[in-house]
Design a protein around this ligand. Structure first.
Ligand code: HEM
Length: 138
């Protein structure tokens, strides 16, 4: 499966104005299915939700600029080593993120959009997870 950049952008544009609903649903879904990761997150998540939303917006905006996407993901990965995130956590986030997008998009969410987001998340996991592992072993 390849990443259909136009489809990622159009599906995200449809939900981006409701970004706070995406992040609220995302955290609820993540913590419901993975109660053990809740302890990694600070108590007040409002600011954190805005940062997650901003990171997603940047990644989608810069999707065709591979150098920038890789640099952003490597920086995120390195910082996540300090948050106690582990490569093993990525599948959990990879399940909760599309669930949140699908929930907010409703009928506008298609199997094709889901497949493209899954392919993109594979790249995110590889690059962010690689930088995280490197930083964690430094
Ligand atoms: C698509 C993958 C992910 C993205 C885009 C993402 C994005 C972000 C962003 C933008 C921040 C704000 C701080 C910063 O910019 O460094 C953050 C913080 C954080 N992330 Fe992630 N993240 C991802 C995956 C994960 C995973 C797999 C975990 C593991 C459980 C995780 C756990 C955390 C924690 C614990 C914080 C700190 C929160 C706090 O201070 O309360 N993230 N993430």
């Amino acid at each position: 499966m390849t990443i259909d950049s136009a489809l990622i952008k159009s599906s995200f544009a449809a939900v981006e104005p409701r970004g706070s609903e995406i992040t609220t649903y995302f955290y609820a879904h993540l913590f419901e299915h993975n109660p053990d990761v809740r302890k990694l997150f600070a108590e007040h998540r409002d600011e954190q939700q805005d940062r997650l939303r901003a990171a997603l917006t940047t990644l989608v905006d810069k999707l065709d600029d591979t150098d920038t996407v890789v640099a952003v993901l490597q920086g995120l990965g390195r910082r996540h080593a300090g948050y106690g995130a582990l490569p093993a956590h990525f599948p959990a986030v990879g399940a909760s993120l599309p669930a949140a997008l699908a929930h907010v998009a409703g009928d506008a969410w298609t199997p094709e959009a889901e497949a493209s987001w899954t392919a993109l998340y594979g790249v995110v996991t590889e690059v962010m997870g690689g930088a995280l592992t490197e930083a964690a072993t430094d």
